[in-house]
Write a protein that binds this ligand. Structure first.
Ligand code: ZN
Length: 497
């Protein structure tokens, strides 16, 4: 009898052990994915090389540099377009501008028609949509203009607004800061994390966002007669003063261009003192953006929302200051495409890692999806950065960027960077050796016919692939589209078809 009991107990213990083992196995294979709060901060028009952590001058970016120390830093990240709409849309869709077709030129009727551009097709899912479908509450507090809802940027957001935060005031205004925090407290719960997208134009032309006391640090001796503040460009108005703009501006960035035109009319390109003035104004904007980032970090820490969040700091494109003769951000050069990309994982995991391989800024989207174990419905052109974060070996990535017409491109191949900007600008074909000529001063295309032929063939192959993908995605039931006969003719003339 006793023996029988012992046998029964042993059987029960064995069964319990088996059940525990099975449960552990199931848990390891099907464990609930991590669901941290996600904060994505896009500092518009921020050149990587003005930041200390990217080799820039000391003292401009102490807060971003400190954040960089806790993050994975991508040293060679390029944006997929040199302008706001195309770049952000790549970031949110994981597709290249030639495939999603949403660039700044969507607003210009003639160019939109000529280059077959349009607001985001309904069949293309966005990062915010994926996150919302997976339980996130999604909040976008942005600077308007070229990330306005008009283009499709509001898709997937529970709240998408440029009216809640006035970024020009945010640094010193308690009410502004509380405006952000109250939304986060309402958005995030232990059961439902939040995705917060923050975006502002504090570094953007006409570079007047910094308050006078910040500007004076960078421009103690300003050039007489040149603009220093909004009064010097549009008396009584400011880029962030929404009340000064016509109602239509909330969803249409056209009125913003008036500020830029007035600013640049006062700048003499050939005058080195004018150039110095403009660069110093830009640096004051970068420093102010850094102060704002410091404030955001401070607020998140105070609310206990910092350490376990996944926080990203990046920019959508850089800015030209006559390095190749041009200004602002239209062309496909290093100064317009090399952007900061810093990812702080929850708990500071992987913090301090530096990734030297070339990557696309839009690779962030599949990175977030893979981290959360969300499988995208559409095959993305962007690739997860997690293998590089984990220091796994992989072949060099091809990083591609497109101009606003999405018809001219730039890409890397071995040590070379090739661009063909013949259609829209005077730059034409360019070939640089990244290692010997990182500032892209010596165009070696003319002396390298064999390389030129190889690059042209690669460019043609890349374009064909974009057109195939574009036709497949846009031919879906959501929205029919095709390449216009005119664009087809242009691409044929360029050897792309
Ligand atoms: Zn931008």
């Amino acid at each position: 009898m006793k023996k029988k009991h012992l046998f029964g107990a042993a059987f029960l213990i064995a069964a319990a052990a088996l059940a525990v083992a099975a449960a552990l196995l199931l848990r390891s294979r099907f464990a609930r994915p991590p669901r941290p709060n996600i904060v994505l901060i896009s500092i518009d028009t921020l050149r990587a090389d003005r930041l200390g952590c990217y080799g820039g001058p000391a003292g401009i970016s102490p807060n971003i540099d400190a954040f960089c120390n806790e993050s994975v830093q991508f040293l060679r990240a390029s944006s997929q377009a040199p302008s706001t709409t195309g770049s952000h849309m790549s970031l949110f869709t994981g597709l290249l501008p030639a495939v999603h077709r949403v660039t700044n030129w969507v607003l210009r009727e003639d160019l939109a028609k000529r280059f077959d551009l349009a607001p985001l097709a309904t069949g293309i899912p966005t990062l915010a949509e994926y996150l919302r479908e997976n339980g996130y509450r999604t909040v976008g507090l942005h600077g308007g203009g070229h990330v306005a809802p008009f283009f499709g940027f509001d898709r997937g957001f529970d709240l998408y607004s440029d009216a809640i935060i006035d970024w020009g005031e945010f640094y010193s205004s308690r009410a502004q800061q509380e405006g952000l925090l109250s939304r986060l407290r309402a958005a995030g719960t232990s059961k439902r994390p939040y995705f917060l997208f923050l975006h502002h134009y504090l570094c953007h032309e006409p570079y007047l966002a910094a308050p006078a006391w910040v500007r004076q640090r960078f421009l103690p001796d300003p050039e007489p007669g040149l603009p220093l503040d909004w009064d010097g460009v549009m008396p009584g108005r400011g880029l962030f003063d929404k009340k000064a703009l016509p109602a239509a501006a909330a969803d249409n960035p056209k009125p913003y261009t008036r500020y830029y035109e007035t600013f640049w009319k006062k700048i003499d390109d050939g005058n080195p003192r004018h150039r110095r003035h403009v660069r110093a104004l830009y640096d004051s904007g970068v420093h102010y953006a850094d102060m704002v980032l410091g404030r955001i970090v401070e607020l998140l820490k105070r609310e206990g929302m910092y350490d376990q969040a996944l926080i990203v700091v990046l920019s959508d494109h850089g800015e030209e200051f006559w390095e190749h003769g041009g200004i602002v951000h239209r062309n496909l050069f290093k100064e317009t495409l090399h952007v900061p990309l810093l990812v702080r994982f929850p708990g500071g995991e992987f913090g301090g890692r530096r990734v030297k391989s070339p990557v696309g800024q839009f690779d962030l989207m599949p990175t977030i999806l893979e981290y959360l174990r969300i499988k995208p419905r559409l095959r993305l052109q962007a690739r997860s950065l997690l293998p590089l974060v984990r220091a796994e070996k992989e072949p060099p990535r091809r990083v591609i960027s497109f101009s606003d017409g999405a018809d001219t491109l730039r890409f890397n191949e071995g040590p070379f960077v090739y661009s063909d900007q013949a259609v829209e600008t005077r730059w034409g074909e360019r070939l640089y050796n990244f290692y010997f000529d990182p500032l892209e001063k010596r165009n070696i295309i003319a002396g390298s016919p064999a390389l030129q032929a190889r690059m042209r063939a690669l460019a043609a192959g890349i374009m064909r692939e974009q057109l195939r993908l574009r036709a497949r995605i846009h031919a879906g039931p959501a929205k029919g589209s095709s390449i216009s006969p005119e664009l087809k003719k242009q691409l044929e003339a360029l050897g792309y078809l």
